[in-house]
Write a protein that binds this ligand. Structure first.
Ligand SMILES: Nc1nc2c(ncn2[C@@H]2O[C@H](COP(=O)(O)OP(=O)(O)O)[C@@H](O)[C@H]2O)c(=O)[nH]1
Ligand SMILES: [Mg+2]
Length: 335
C-alpha cells in the first residue's frame, strides 16, 4: 500500500466482483495504522457495509496444539464441497512475527490454501487486542462483501482474545484434544461458557476412547450451564481432523446452531448487540488514546498508577483525578 491516494470506489467494486488481489489490498488497508489509510479504510468500508452481513461467522478457538489449523483445513474443505466459499482470518495478539501466526500453519492448510474457493489471511503482527479485534471485524466485512458465505476466525487460546472473537462471530467453537495434560482446561478457564459447540479433536488411534470420555465429561459440564440461547444448548462433537472423520458432523451442528439462532431471532439480536458493543469499544479506545496523548498526562498517569498500587490513593479518587485532567485538557483545547 504505497500509494497515498486509494481509489476506494474502484477498490470496492473490485472487491465486490471477487477480485482476490483487491480483497488482499482492502484488508491491508483496514489493517494499516496510518491516518490517511484509516480515512480510506473508513470510506471503503462505508461502500462495502451494505453488501456485507450475509456470511456464517464462525470462531474457532483452542489451546496451541489441539489441532485448530488441521481442523480448519478439513472443515474448510467440507464447507467448500457443500458449495460455499470460505475465508479464514486469524486473531493472535501475541504474534510478533512478521506475517503473523497462521502463515506457518499454511502448511497444515495446503489444500485449502490452493482452493480458488478459499481465502486465508494470516493475522497481522503486533498491536493491542483492541486494535487486532477491530482489524478482524473489518476484515470480516470485507470478506463478506467479496461474497464469502463462511468466514472462520481462528484464535489461539490466550487470555482475552477468545472473548474478543466470541463477540464477533455467530457461532463460537472451542476445540479441545486428549493428551493436553489438563483435559478440563476449558471448563476451568471458563471459556466453555462462551462456546456454542465444543469439538473434541484427535479422536483417532489410541486416543479415540479417551476422546469419547472427555466428550462425555464436557457434555455433563455443559448441561450444568445455563442455555446460551432459548432454543440452543451447547453441543459436543467428536472428530479427527487428521483422518477427516466427524468433521462434516461439526458443519451440520453449525448449521443447526444457525437455524436455532435464526428461528429464535437471536441471530439478528446477537449481531445488533455486537455492532453496538463495537461502537462503544471504538469510543472508549479513542478516548483513552486521546487522554494518553494529552500534554503532561503520561507522567501524571504513571504517578497515579503507582499511588494506587501502593495504596496511597484510592482507585476512585485517582480515576476522578484522571477524568479531571481530561476535562480540563479538553476545555483548554477549545479555548
Ligand atoms: N492424532 C491426531 N493428531 C492431530 C489431529 N489434528 C491435529 N493433529 C496434530 O496435532 C498437532 C498440532 O496441530 P495444529 O493443527 O498445528 O494445531 P493448532 O496449534 O491448534 O493449530 C500436529 O502435529 C497435527 O498433526 C487429529 O485429529 N488427530
Ligand atoms: Mg494453528
Amino acid at each position: 500500500m504505497d500509494r497515498n491516494l486509494v481509489d476506494t470506489a474502484e477498490l470496492a467494486d473490485r472487491v465486490r466482483a471477487g477480485d482476490r488481489r483487491a480483497l488482499g489490498r482492502a484488508i491491508t488497508l483496514v489493517e494499516s495504522a496510518r491516518d490517511d489509510h484509516r480515512r480510506s479504510a473508513d470510506d471503503l468500508l462505508s461502500r462495502l457495509v451494505a453488501h456485507a452481513g450475509d456470511a456464517a461467522r464462525i470462531g474457532v478457538s483452542g489451546a496451541p496444539g489441539v489441532g485448530k489449523s488441521t481442523f480448519i483445513e478439513a472443515f474448510g474443505s467440507t464447507i467448500i464441497a457443500s458449495g460455499e466459499r470460505v475465508a479464514v482470518l486469524a486473531v493472535d495478539p501475541s504474534s510478533t512475527r512478521t506475517g503473523g501466526s497462521i502463515l506457518g500453519d499454511k502448511t497444515r492448510m495446503e489444500e485449502l490454501a490452493r482452493s480458488p474457493d478459499a481465502f486465508i489471511r494470516p493475522s497481522p503482527s503486533g498491536g493491542t487486542l483492541g486494535g487486532v479485534a477491530r482489524r478482524t471485524r473489518e476484515a470480516i466485512l470485507v470478506c463478506e462483501a467479496a461474497g464469502f458465505g463462511v468466514v472462520i476466525v481462528e484464535t489461539v487460546g490466550v487470555g482475552q482474545s477468545e472473548t474478543a472473537v466470541a463477540d464477533m462471530v455467530d457461532t463460537f467453537m472451542l476445540l479441545i484434544a486428549p493428551g493436553g495434560g489438563d483435559e478440563l482446561q476449558g471448563i476451568k478457564r471458563g471459556i466453555v461458557e462462551l462456546a456454542d459447540i465444543v469439538v473434541v479433536n484427535k479422536a483417532d488411534g489410541s486416543l479415540e476412547s479417551v476422546a469419547s470420555a472427555i466428550a462425555a465429561d464436557y457434555a455433563s459440564a455443559l448441561n450444568l450451564l445455563r442455555a446460551a440461547a432459548p432454543n440452543w444448548r451447547p453441543r459436543v462433537v467428536v472428530c479427527s481432523a487428521l483422518e477427516k472423520r466427524g468433521v462434516a458432523d461439526v458443519w451440520e451442528t453449525v448449521l443447526k446452531h444457525r437455524e436455532a439462532l435464526r428461528v429464535s431471532g437471536r441471530l439478528r439480536a446477537r449481531r445488533a448487540e455486537q455492532a453496538q458493543g463495537w461502537m462503544w469499544q471504538e469510543v472508549s479506545d479513542s478516548l483513552l488514546a486521546t487522554l494518553r496523548q494529552m500534554p503532561g498526562v503520561a507522567g501524571r498517569l504513571s504517578a497515579l498508577e503507582a499511588d494506587v498500587a501502593a495504596g496511597r490513593t484510592t482507585p476512585g479518587a485517582a480515576g476522578r483525578e484522571i477524568l479531571d485532567i481530561f476535562r480540563k485538557g479538553h476545555l483548554n483545547r477549545q479555548d
